[in-house]
Design a binder for this molecule. Structure first.
Ligand SMILES: CC(C)(COP(=O)(O)OP(=O)(O)OC[C@H]1O[C@@H](n2cnc3c(N)ncnc32)[C@H](O)[C@@H]1O)[C@@H](O)C(=O)NCCC(=O)NCCS
Ligand SMILES: Nc1ncnc2c1ncn2[C@@H]1O[C@H](COP(=O)(O)OP(=O)(O)OP(=O)(O)O)[C@@H](O)[C@H]1O
Length: 503
């Protein structure tokens, strides 16, 4: 996957170039639109901003009076920093979400149109970086004309951004938009066509790509993912991404980990995944067809099996549990695998592979099915409710790396081919607050990452991230605002001048 960065200054012509990309069939994620979404009435971003700026910035309808807020923040750097800080995590989340959606639709080249690409340090995600440049006077005139604003207001807006001349030096491709629209199109023909964009130096192609393409082999080429394909993809990607994140513990890795696992998992019905690095295992609970998923995992070279329905995590972690649970749980955690175990599991795996797949929408939740790996054939529960039963629809399920026993990311070793996946049928639908995810799985993070947005007791980078900003995340049914009751007053972060960054 390639994400092309499209940036420039205010009114330099980014949207105009975006339209040309769209006309060539390349989808565009527009950060300004995302930023608008996250400020819509009732959203988490809206609440934060109203709390910070007061109800004076609202129209009668309750929507933010954008020109009014704009006037405030573009004439006062401190207030702009505050606004940036409040909205940044929501915007970042929204951008990732839009990218993910496009990726899931099968797009492999996406343009990210974002005015604050460099300011927000998002440039490292994108390649090539296209900067739409105009000379200052042209920029000013076009801005005044388009926004019917005063020269002073226009200048304030321009000055709120990194100088366009500096952005130009950071670009891989510069589009000079000082001329006519026709001249712009001519330039676009040279640099903006898919072939040109793709052939640009890709040594530093977005790291995201390496995640998303991790297991493309299991994905159908038409981009439409089967339910279990996606879950399977999540699991496989998770292990690899965690491993990758060990050595590349930066913003992107954590974001990707989150996006790969949280969003698709929510959509697919995986409610929890727990990583046990010592055992080299990933345990999954959720509303998925365990048998089908296991087949896919095995096909992808992973050991996988269903745990019994009376499986107890505590027992599982006890060294004694092996004997105790032996009947029901042929591969208890808490003990080293022997080669016999491996053989046994392999045998089972082969059996699983041979089994016909039925009813991919079945669930293993509710204790109804998938409880005993050798007896479960033909015993799959029928959820009878569109595959969702049990009070938690697949689309509203929540992924949680929830257990406190999970190790820090630095000790993970999940990319090994011998990693195992356990599916654990559960009757407990976990619908944790969004920010609970990865609390203990990925705890290491430097304080430079939006420290002001962290819960006092935060242990995880996820705590730095925004709650879902708007639909479609809202469709998952949670009010996430409380996840981010934050220290917004901690204004001492050094990323203040960043619009979209959570870096
Ligand atoms: C202040 C707001 C309400 C003014 O809204 P308004 O409708 O008048 O402007 P709009 O959102 O269309 O932005 C127009 C242009 O202003 C520039 N701009 C917007 N926000 C910022 C900012 N915080 N810093 C510098 N430039 C900005 C961008 O070039 C953008 O394309 C709005 O810009 C906003 O919410 N800004 C903060 C969110 C943000 O950083 N957006 C940029 C996208 S990452
Ligand atoms: N080559 C051009 N000649 C004349 N006008 C242009 C040209 N390119 C863009 N414009 C006009 O300049 C204005 C700014 O362009 P555009 O909206 O594409 O900028 P932008 O970079 O997307 O702005 P923003 O940062 O505010 O989103 C628009 O009114 C647009 O129609």
């Amino acid at each position: 996957m390639r994400i092309v960065g499209l940036s420039g200054g205010i009114a330099s012509g980014k949207s105009t170039v975006s339209n040309l990309f769209k006309a060539h069939g390349i989808p565009v994620v527009d950060a300004d639109l995302v930023a608008r979404d996250v400020l819509k009435k009732g959203t988490g971003g809206w609440k934060k901003v109203v709390a910070a700026f007061g109800e004076d910035i609202l129209q009668d309808s309750g929507e933010v009076d954008r020109p009014k807020l704009g006037h405030i923040v573009f004439s006062d750097p401190d207030k702009r920093q505050l606004l940036n800080r409040l909205l940044a995590p929501y915007i970042s989340f929204g951008i990732f979400w839009e990218i993910l959606k496009l990726w899931m639709k099968g797009y492999r080249v996406i343009v990210l149109d974002i005015p604050l690409l460099f300011e927000a340090k998002m440039d490292k995600w994108t390649k090539p970086i296209i900067v739409v440049w105009v000379d200052h006077e042209t920029q000013l005139q076009r801005l005044i004309a388009r926004d019917r604003t005063s020269p002073e207001e226009a200048k304030n807006r321009i000055q709120a951004q990194m100088p366009l001349d500096l952005k130009k030096t950071k670009a891989d491709i510069v589009i000079d938009n000082t001329g006519s629209p026709e001249e712009l199109k001519e330039q676009f023909q040279k640099v903006g066509k898919p072939s040109a964009v793709m052939s640009a130096d890709c040594n530093t192609t977005l790291k995201l790509a390496s995640f998303y393409s991790l297991d493309n082999s299991i994905l159908p080429s038409n981009g439409s993912l089967a339910f279990e394909d996606l879950v399977c993809h999540c699991l496989l990607a998770e292990a690899k991404a965690c491993q990758w994140a060990m050595t590349n513990c930066d913003f992107l890795s954590r974001q990707v980990v989150r996006f790969i696992f949280d969003i698709p998992a929510k959509m697919t019905g995986v409610y929890t995944t727990t990583i046990d690095s010592q055992q080299n295992k990933v345990t999954v609970t959720g509303n998925v067809d365990g048998e089908t998923l296991i087949k896919k995992l095995i096909k992808a070279g992973k050991h996988a099996e269903l745990l019994p329905e009376n499986f107890e995590r505590k027992e599982k972690r006890s060294g004694k549990s092996k004997k105790k649970n032996n009947q029901n749980n042929p591969e208890p955690e808490g003990s080293e695998k022997t080669s016999d175990d491996e053989d046994d599991q392999q045998k089972i795996s082969e059996e699983e592979i041979e089994k016909p797949v039925e009813n991919s929408g079945d669930q293993i939740t509710g204790g109804g099915n998938g409880s005993k790996k050798k007896k479960k054939k033909g015993k799959k529960g029928n959820n009878g409710g569109g595959g969702n039963g049990g009070g938690a629809p697949a689309s509203t399920g929540s992924l949680s790396h929830s257990e406190g026993l999970d190790p820090p990311i630095g000790s993970m070793n999940l990319g090994h081919p011998s990693e195992q996946f356990y599916l654990h049928p559960t009757t407990n639908y976990l619908l944790p607050a969004y920010g609970l995810s990865y609390n203990t799985v990925h705890p290491s993070i430097s304080s430079s990452y939006y420290a002001q947005l962290v819960h006092d007791d935060a242990q995880s980078p996820i705590d730095y991230l925004a709650p879902p900003p708007s639909s479609p995340i809202d469709a998952f049914g949670s009010d996430h605002d409380h996840d981010y009751e934050d220290n917004d007053n901690d204004d001492d972060d050094d990323d203040d001048e960043i619009g979209c960054s959570i870096m």
